[in-house]
Design a binder for this molecule. Structure first.
Ligand SMILES: NC(=O)c1ccc[n+]([C@@H]2O[C@H](COP(=O)([O-])OP(=O)(O)OC[C@H]3O[C@@H](n4cnc5c(N)ncnc54)[C@H](O)[C@@H]3O)[C@@H](O)[C@H]2O)c1
Length: 327
């Protein structure tokens, strides 16, 4: 019997149980009291399972190399930076993601953060609860400029919403979709031009070597004074120390952050004490629809691979490999 283990958070409910069990597979959920960020713990937990539905817990080479039964890691989500791809390639372990199911959730979250900052939430709410009535006027969103770094699925979903709000949309992406550019009023510019012209900069590129600390002291310096940074992509894109300095100096008016260099955000992080920072805990991709879609697709990927199919659009490694075999 095919044994599947879910190590991802929120695996306790979803359509994956019935999909896998109807196909004759078993589906277990990891013991949540375990610290899966420890390689030794993760290695023991996944022992004997050929298929994992993973979250953002790290799968380093030492875990991959000491799990002889492992054939597929299906990541519930689209980021796969926590999985050591070369180690998986070397052992012909498939690494798959579930693209196309959570882009609307992330785009809504990015825009919600932008609007909350623009309108002064949550401080307005907190003040009124303390019977403090202050009247602060802030810049209107309509007519302002948003710069999207990355115009893939999430960048595009954010762009269409920003257009709906009456914003001017600038984008930079080395491989923009020609079809999207034909259909929507967005302007492709260089990173420097985007930073210097945008009132809001929102990050939507992957976490890869080229994008590590893309937002750093130098690039922050190129941003408009009083502008806002929104990061719903990955913490590694931003040098947090430089960001904190820019927020303290007033170079940036505010930041909306769903992702961090270290997650969960340590209790010692200065970000926790800063009133001009709006925080959420890596939940941008999560809504009811994306939750179900993600689990459904992750289960289907595993069953397809087991049946000898190759869901190419979901597979992130083993480039050029032909005739991959489960066993
Ligand atoms: N916070 C969350 O819960 C959450 C959920 C889903 C995805 N994400 C993150 O969102 C990001 C985008 O996801 P997506 O589904 O839109 O991916 P995608 O692959 O559809 O799009 C990424 C885009 O980034 C572009 N890109 C690559 N390098 C770039 C660079 N140096 N500068 C500008 N653009 C660059 C690519 O060409 C591509 O168009 C990823 O980092 C992903 O990990 C976060």
């Amino acid at each position: 019997m095919l044994k599947v283990l879910c190590t991802a958070l929120n695996a306790e409910e979803g359509p994956h149980f019935s999909i896998l069990r109807n196909a004759g597979a078993s589906c277990d959920v990891v013991d949540r009291s375990l610290d899966l960020t420890k390689p030794d713990v993760l290695r023991k937990v996944i022992a004997g399972y050929p298929a994992i539905i993973a979250g953002s817990e790290p799968f380093p080479a030492e875990v991959i190399n000491s799990s002889p039964e492992l054939r597929v890691i299906a990541r519930a989500g689209v980021g796969f930076d926590a999985i050591n791809l070369p180690a998986c390639d070397a052992r012909q372990i498939v690494v798959a993601t579930t693209p196309g199911v959570n882009h609307h959730a992330v785009a809504e979250h990015a825009i919600a953060m932008l609007m909350a900052i623009a309108r002064g939430f949550p401080s307005c709410d907190q003040e009124v609860r303390k019977c403090v009535w202050t009247r602060v006027s802030r810049p209107r969103v309509m007519g302002s400029t948003i710069g999207l770094i990355g115009l893939g699925r999430i960048g595009q979903a954010t762009a269409t919403r920003a257009i709906g709000l009456g914003m001017k949309v600038l984008c930079c992406d080395p491989y923009p979709s020609a079809e999207f550019l034909k259909s929507y009023a967005v302007e492709m510019v260089s990173l420097d031009e985007l930073l210097s012209r945008s009132d809001y900069v929102s990050l939507h590129s992957p976490s890869i070597a080229e994008t590590k600390h893309l937002i750093n002291a130098k690039t922050l310096d190129k941003m408009k004074t009083g502008s806002v940074l929104i990061n719903t992509a990955r913490g590694q894109l931003v040098d947090e120390t430089a960001l904190i300095a820019a927020l303290k100096s007033g170079k940036l008016r505010a930041a909306g952050l769903d992702v961090f260099e270290v997650e969960p955000l340590p209790a010692s992080s200065p970000l926790l004490q800063m009133p001009n920072v709006l925080l959420s805990g890596h939940i941008a991709g999560l809504d009811n629809e994306s939750h179900n879609g993600t689990w459904e697709l992750a289960a289907q990927i595993i069953l397809k691979l087991k049946a000898g199919e190759w869901p190419q659009e979901c597979i992130q490694n083993l480039k050029g490999v032909q005739n991959w075999k489960w066993a």
